[in-house]
Design a protein around this ligand. Structure first.
Ligand code: A2P
Length: 339
């Protein structure tokens, strides 16, 4: 029997991509339950040529649901994911609510699909900046352990949801028309600007929450508590798809040719690395693509010992960074939690 699938946050930027990813991959379901806030109840979403009426999320929404894909923010997940599990559903949660819970597998299928079977009802989808870095780093780490990695992100509006994408468009338009735009979603003017990631900054360490997530989630997913991670997360005025500059240091010497060969075979990776044409990963190319684009693969000249490589990557935050990864996890699920 094909599963009944609920999408929580179906009207959101990721919610829409859950539907598109299921459609594209031919994910078989017997019924779609479209859930959002009371504001959206009664509207419809289109799925495989049918209009599905959106229902308000309530404690009774999960009766008969086999798989629930959540992307409506951490507080909704904290409240409703346990209710969904109690109703017999398996939850794939895109929020950060349960990622570091030792009872919750944190899964990127290309890396640790084997962890899915450990779940107790909830499986967490990692942070989008973490997924973008870790998909290409994992196959390198397998061959030549990465001791240390430094990541600088260039994160798109899509990671902050549909309202943030709209704010980027509207504030850019206002700017070009010479009008004043007061930010509603982002903490700073977004048009023709960039700023520290819009998550809380720890007053002690100076790290924002996004950076802390990347550090902790890398260690959990790689099952390597000693990997050293340095990270700076920045929001840039790009609508969709995150980029990252990554420099990593391996235990053994490593060459750019070795990295190129590993990347050519890596699942979920596409090499875009044309020095003659100055053509490298760009958000505009990554948007709508399933793969993480990897390029600018080159020796880190600051490390004379030959253990370090730098590269530049781009990935669709809404797809591999969120909805696609969650649907890939759902594809690997047995339908129900076994009591
Ligand atoms: P709604 O459109 O009805 O507000 P995004 O990540 O793009 O900002 O989207 C957030 C998603 O979370 C939307 O689908 C939104 O639905 C949903 N959402 C927000 N608050 C609630 C709530 N209280 N109950 C259910 N869904 C919610």
């Amino acid at each position: 029997n094909d599963p009944v699938v609920a999408i929580v946050g179906v009207t959101g930027a990721v919610g829409a991509e859950f539907i598109a990813a299921m459609d594209k991959r031919g994910f078989r379901i017997s019924k779609l339950k479209a859930l959002a806030s009371a504001r959206s109840a009664g509207k419809t979403v289109s799925f495989r040529g049918q209009n599905v009426v959106i229902e308000e999320l309530t404690e009774r929404s999960f009766e008969g649901v086999d798989i629930a894909l959540f992307s409506a923010g951490g507080s909704i997940s904290r409240k409703y994911a346990p209710i969904a599990v109690k109703s017999g559903a398996v939850v794939v949660d895109n929020s950060s609510a349960f990622r570091m819970d030792p009872n919750v597998p944190l899964v990127i299928p290309e890396i640790n699909a084997n962890r899915i079977r450990d779940h107790k009802g909830i499986i967490a989808n990692p942070n989008c900046a973490a997924i973008t870095a870790l998909v290409p780093l994992w196959p390198i780490h397998q061959k030549n352990r990465i001791k240390r990695v430094i990541i600088s992100t260039y994160q798109a509006a899509s990671g902050a949801g549909a309202a943030a994408m709209e704010e980027l468009v509207e504030s850019t338009r206002a700017n070009l028309n010479g009008q004043v735009y007061t930010p509603k979603v982002m903490p700073h003017p977004y048009a023709f600007n960039l700023f520290n990631h819009n998550t809380a900054v720890d007053p002690e360490t100076g790290y924002n929450d996004e950076e802390t997530k990347v550090i902790k989630e890398t260690r959990k997913i790689f099952e390597d508590d000693s990997i050293a991670v340095g990270v700076t997360c920045v929001r840039v005025p790009v609508l969709r798809a995150h980029c990252e500059a990554i420099t990593f240091e391996c235990e053994q010497p490593i060459t750019e040719d070795q990295v190129r060969a590993i990347m050519a075979q890596a699942p979920g990776v596409k090499v875009v690395d044309d020095r003659a044409k100055n053509y490298f990963p760009m958000p505009i190319d990554a948007s709508g693509q399933d793969d993480v684009l990897v390029g600018r693969i080159r020796k880190d000249l600051s490390d004379a010992s030959g253990h370090s490589i730098s590269m530049f990557v781009a990935a669709d935050q809404l797809l591999k960074g969120a909805a696609l990864n969650a649907v890939q996890i759902a594809e690997l699920l047995p339908q129900r939690v076994m009591a």
